[in-house]
Design a protein around this ligand. Structure first.
Ligand code: HEM
Length: 379
């Protein structure tokens, strides 16, 4: 039930409620980003700051206002995201048959299990309490009020079948936070070295927010921001390969190659840097996708949330990232707050991308300088 449940919660409920405007974009806003109200330049760790932002935003959407400032839950969400990916990397160093044994002894796995238990201690009583409240209402012949959070969407889908609500919440949190944090970290590095671009983006934010309240039209109309985000992701996707799949049937390719049933296949992201696809592919051109929006053939592929064979940042096809609409909206909201409230400055070169096998990660150790500025309009 796990994968289907995840697809229902993220692909159907979250995206539909976001797109239909039931979840407003100010649900995604959070108070003070980065560290402080200090108007003097000071250093911050980009990844740490971004992790704090994404955990608060995802928690606000998945679990509601009660949770998004609950430090105990935010700590669990952050630790699980970090430990789970460390654990996967460690497990990969061992042959498959030994992994269950390794998982019992390595401290990272133990820490991960402890955090999962902490999550159960928080989530299970809430789910139980909601189930009791619903049963009581049903006895009185009344329908419960619709609840706009992932706990409720999961209950709907499970429809009485057994599942682990805390593990589900942590899985959603993991899917939502890991890639988004990496993406936003790189984006901040890319922006910190481009003050002119930051002022162009501020103009766009002011124009859009003067015209629209926090709704999906505001998100849609942040078009330069969209282009900048897509360009940052073009130059640094999460991996050199995308669309990892296992063939469930024999596939005969036009060039004569046969993919056997059970073969692991993946698609290279090489087109991201291919000069036959993109002019000056090594150059960061903030307007690249903005200009492409009017292209008769490629216009629709120019949006950040669109996928194509030339931009596989969110994968492609039926199993492409189901959380991408949410990821785009939350990044835009976060960026509006960050750029309007802070000046950003690199402390040298852009911290280099870390390559690990096929994975490309924004540098987790990089710092930049920030200082609080007075935003021109209230967000
Ligand atoms: C910038 C942020 C993000 C990036 C770069 C990203 C990237 C990806 C990629 C490359 C895939 C594999 C797609 C494929 O194989 O075709 C994927 C899958 C997935 N992503 Fe994301 N993602 C992001 C944010 C999110 C968020 C915020 C959520 C949840 C709200 C999410 C949920 C998922 C899920 C559930 C899948 C698995 C899809 C499936 O197998 O059904 N992602 N993501």
């Amino acid at each position: 039930m796990g994968k289907k449940l995840l697809a229902y919660v993220i692909g159907r409920k979250l995206t539909k409620d976001l797109m239909s405007g039931i979840l407003t974009c100010n649900c995604l806003g959070a108070g003070e980003f980065l560290t402080s109200t200090d108007p003097a330049w000071h250093e911050v760790s980009v990844k740490e700051s971004v992790l704090a932002i994404t955990s608060q935003q995802s928690t606000r959407i998945f679990l509601g206002t009660g949770f998004c400032r609950d430090q105990r839950w935010l700590q669990i969400a952050t630790k699980v995201t970090v430990f789970a990916f460390q654990a996967v990397e460690m497990a990969r160093m061992w042959p498959g048959v030994l992994r269950p044994m390794v998982a019992r002894v390595i401290p990272t796995f133990q820490k991960l299990r402890a955090e999962v238990q902490n999550a159960r201690d928080i989530i299970n009583p809430i789910v139980e309490q909601r189930r009791r409240a619903k049963a009581k209402l049903a006895q009185q012949g009344e329908a419960p009020a619709p609840s706009l959070d992932a706990l409720e969407w999961a209950e709907e889908f499970a429809n009485g079948k057994k599942y682990d609500p805390a593990v589900l919440q942590l899985t959603i949190t993991l899917s939502a936070m890991h890639n988004t944090t990496d993406f936003m970290t790189q984006l901040i590095y890319d922006l910190a070295g481009r003050p002119e671009l930051v002022s162009e983006l501020r103009k766009e934010i002011i124009g859009v927010r003067t015209e629209f309240p926090w709704n999906k039209a505001a998100i849609f109309n942040l078009k330069l921001m969209d282009s900048v985000m897509k360009e940052s992701q073009r130059l640094k996707p999460t991996s050199l390969v995308s669309m990892r799949r296992i063939a469930d049937t024999i596939i005969q390719l036009p060039d004569g190659l046969t993919v056997q049933k059970g073969d692991l296949v993946m698609v290279s992201t090489n087109n991201h840097w291919n000069q036959e696809v993109y002019e000056n592919p090594d150059e960061f051109d903030p307007y690249r996708f903005y200009k492409m929006l009017d292209h008769p053939e490629w216009g629709s592929a120019a949006h950040m949330s669109s996928t194509s064979e030339n931009h596989l940042g969110f994968g492609h096809g039926l199993w492409g990232c189901s959380g991408r609409f949410f990821a785009v909206a939350e990044t835009k909201v976060a960026l509006c707050h960050i750029l309007m409230k802070y000046d950003l400055k690199l402390l040298g070169d852009v911290p280099p991308v870390i390559t690990n096998g096929t994975f490309l990660s924004a540098n987790p150790f990089g710092k930049i300088a920030v200082r609080r500025r007075q935003e021109e309009l209230e967000l």
